[in-house]
Design a protein around this ligand. Structure first.
Ligand code: HMG
Ligand code: MG
Length: 298
């Protein structure tokens, strides 16, 4: 099998379901992850080990992880905010740990109850623990193209946090347009600055689609050498601490564009559409993917 030209990181079971008003059962979360794995998505964020008081939707992530057994060719990643989360993630057998910081001070406090510097300091023992356990580390930067509280976010702030995450040992830094306010020119300029600082092979794109710009933003950045893009099946998503943040870029729409560009992803589009249809029916609402809507004729 040839390596995909672009690796799609599926974040729906975490970034999508963390924002659902009604809790989704562990059974349905396990089924979603299994459906996505069967569709060829090789990296899936299955949940998070955060405080259940802050994000009750992600309680039960340990059960989801243990019920989706490890297998060759599948990376089951989880989000972790501190050492408590790391211990739980390692205990449950996570294949990859993701830490998350922000480029905006106010968002950092609202999302993780600490300044940017405090949150980065919290990650030092997390990174050391992941390294000792031989588990790869990913880092997120939130609010890379705007903050729900502060508005504009300087590119220099994004570059600074990305460099700090790499210094901590993150093999990859995912650039989060948390509230989906970016447009292609700004997305490309910000991504180019981060690529210049840490190298394209370490950069992933994570764009929300609030203003319908996420796909255009990815397209504008691809030729900077980007090979990893995050998306969520059915365009699920949002962030509980970013009001107005609608779904992530839909996996179905991303795969359609990449296929159209002749970029191999290894993902079976029809199977992702079926996975998205199933979870959308469970959630009782229409899919956020235009591709899925067109193909399903709804
Ligand atoms: P805090 O209240 O300052 O934490 O929250 P604390 O250390 O003072 O602990 C308070 C209580 O929480 C204690 O329990 C701890 O044990 C417990 P108590 O003694 O009161 O019963 N606790 C935990 N329980 C389970 N798992 C843990 C954990 N840690 C503490 N890991 C904290 C600080 C960081 C924990 C909190 O703010 C938090 O959990 N925040 C997470 C928020 C979140 O998940 N946001 C969504 C994900 S980020 C996102 O979506 C953006 C992204 O997609 C990229 C993008 O789009 O930009 C990644
Ligand atoms: Mg996100």
């Amino acid at each position: 099998m040839t390596a995909p030209a672009v690796t799609v990181v599926e974040v729906g079971p975490r970034d999508g379901l963390q924002n659902e008003p009604a809790p989704v059962t562990v059974d349905d979360r396990v089924r979603l992850v299994e459906d996505l794995a069967a569709a060829g998505l090789a990296r899936i964020e299955v949940g998070s080990f955060v405080s259940p008081r802050w994000v009750p939707q992600m309680a039960g992530t340990a059960d989801v992880l243990t019920r989706v057994p490890p297998r060759p060719g599948l990376t089951r990643a989880v989000l972790v905010p501190n050492e408590t989360g790391l211990a739980a993630a390692l205990q449950a057998g996570a294949d990859e740990i993701a830490v998350f910081a922000a480029a905006s001070e106010t968002f950092s406090r609202k999302n993780t109850n600490g300044s940017i510097a405090e949150v980065l300091a919290r990650f030092e023992p997390v990174a050391a623990g992941a390294r000792a356990a031989g588990v790869p580390l990913r880092g997120y930067v939130s609010c890379v193209l705007g903050c729900p509280y502060e508005g504009a976010v300087p590119v220099a702030a994004v570059v600074h946090v990305a460099e700090r995450l790499v210094a901590l040992g993150c093999r990859e830094v995912s650039l989060g347009d948390t509230i989906g306010v970016g447009t292609p020119g700004a997305a490309r300029a910000m991504t180019a600055a981060v690529v210049a600082a840490i190298g394209a092979s370490r950069v992933a794109l994570h764009f929300h689609d609030t203003y319908g710009q996420a796909l255009a933003n990815v397209y504008a950045c691809l030729d900077l050498g980007i090979t990893v893009v995050d998306s969520a099946v059915a365009g699920l998503g949002g962030c509980p601490y970013a009001k107005g943040a609608s779904g992530n870029l839909a996996t179905e729409d991303l795969v359609t564009m990449l296929e159209g560009l002749g970029l191999e992803t290894g993902v079976d589009l029809d199977a992702v559409i079926r996975a998205g249809d199933r979870i959308s029916q469970i959630l009782g609402r229409p899919t956020g993917s235009k591709t899925a809507r067109a193909r399903l004729g709804r």
